[in-house]
Design a protein around this ligand. Structure first.
Ligand code: COA
Length: 336
């Protein structure tokens, strides 16, 4: 999508994250499935992931503290929020949307709210969607929160998937900026439903509702063909980052940070190598959080916020189930 010139630009004016206290280490996993720290570290770069252990809590319980922290940090009254978009693949329940529960939980009584589902690209899709509301001139404060309780859809007897995922949430506030050099500058979003065969959850949707059979065959858990997903992730994220840089007349040296979806450290290294970014330019949190699906990008921005300054150029890129992928170029709006 080539961005049309607009007098109003959508800028990220705050970011906050939340991960639950319980830490699941590689050594813990080695007591649950046939794996070990060395295999997980060398194949994925992951050392720990945070897990929401409370069985009666859902994704909104991760998102609410992230949003409350964001409101406090940015000195924003919840009543001023116009819209909350929650990117998630693990809403608390099929209906209502997790975003409705989050808006209620944080006291955003004047906001409308909805969920957006685009697997690991959900946060980026939601960010670009939210930017359109700001650029329309009709909305002033929009929150995008990416949150997933991945532990609710992971089979902890499947060593190929249970090592990858963690729970967490991250939220950003978007506000209008009249400075055309600040905020979201351009984006490319893509998708191809042919990828569904390689990464999906077989049961629990309308095609195959949950039943005693689907439970016993474990079809309510993530099914993934890891090495196929791996190859597409490297190829598509690299392709879209190169296209975006060309479209925006950018070189890697112009960019402070590349912010890739945290799927596997080796995927990130390959994307950086193919697109010409140095290791130091790549935001990396996977060692600590694992793949938190919709939360990886805002958790990266949250962790690296102290290193970001007003005017820094960054490129976000994601790849996920669908397949879905994309990239956004933006200029950071605040900081020393
Ligand atoms: N511990 C030890 N061995 C494991 C293991 C584990 N946790 N998981 C898989 N293995 C084994 C496999 O059984 C296989 O054994 P075999 O050769 O005897 O059959 C061997 O390791 C190699 O498996 P393979 O799947 O080829 O490994 P890989 O290097 O591709 O790594 C993933 C597997 C899942 C880590 C990797 O494919 C990946 O990260 N894919 C992308 C996943 C992703 O990003 N998904 C989210 C989409 S955004």
């Amino acid at each position: 999508m080539k961005k049309q010139p607009s007098a109003i630009h959508a800028a990220i004016t705050g970011v906050h994250g939340y991960v639950p206290d319980y830490i699941l280490s590689n050594d813990n996993l080695a007591t649950m499935v046939a794996t070990n720290d060395e295999w997980i570290t060398t194949r994925t770069g992951i050392k720990t992931r945070h897990i929401l252990q409370a069985p009666d809590k859902g994704t909104s319980d991760l998102a609410i503290p992230a949003v409350l922290g964001l409101l406090e940090k940015t000195k924003t009254d919840a009543k001023e929020i116009d819209l909350i978009i929650c990117a998630t693949i693990t809403p608390d329940m099929p209906t209502p949307a997790a975003a409705n529960l989050i808006a209620h939980g944080v006291g955003a009584i004047n906001a409308f709210s909805y969920d957006l589902q685009a697997a690991c690209s959900g946060f980026l899709y939601a960010l670009v969607t939210a930017a359109q509301f700001i650029e329309s001139g009709n909305y002033n404060k929009v929150i995008v929160v990416g949150a997933d309780k991945m532990s609710s859809i992971v089979d902890y007897e499947d060593r190929a998937t249970c090592i990858l995922f963690g729970d967490g949430a991250g939220a950003v506030l978007l506000e209008p900026s009249k400075d055309s050099a600040i905020g979201i500058r351009s984006s490319i979003l893509r998708g191809d439903g042919l990828g569904a065969q390689h990464l999906h959850i077989k049961a629990g949707g309308s095609r195959k509702p949950a039943s005693a059979t689907t439970l016993s065959t474990k079809e309510h858990y993530i099914y993934q063909e890891g090495n196929i997903v791996y190859k597409y992730a490297v190829e598509k994220m690299s392709e879209v980052v190169l296209e975006l840089m060309q479209q925006s007349d950018l070189q890697p040296k112009d960019i402070k940070f590349l912010v890739p979806h945290q799927a596997n450290k080796r995927i990130l290294e390959s994307v950086a190598q193919r697109t010409g970014f140095s290791e130091a330019q790549v935001m990396l949190t996977i060692q600590e959080f694992g793949n938190t699906t919709d939360a990886t990008i805002p958790l990266c921005l949250w962790r690296y916020e102290p290193q970001l300054q007003k005017g820094d150029k960054i490129i976000i890129t994601t790849f996920g189930g669908g397949f879905t992928w994309g990239a956004t170029y933006l200029t950071w709006a605040y900081g020393a």
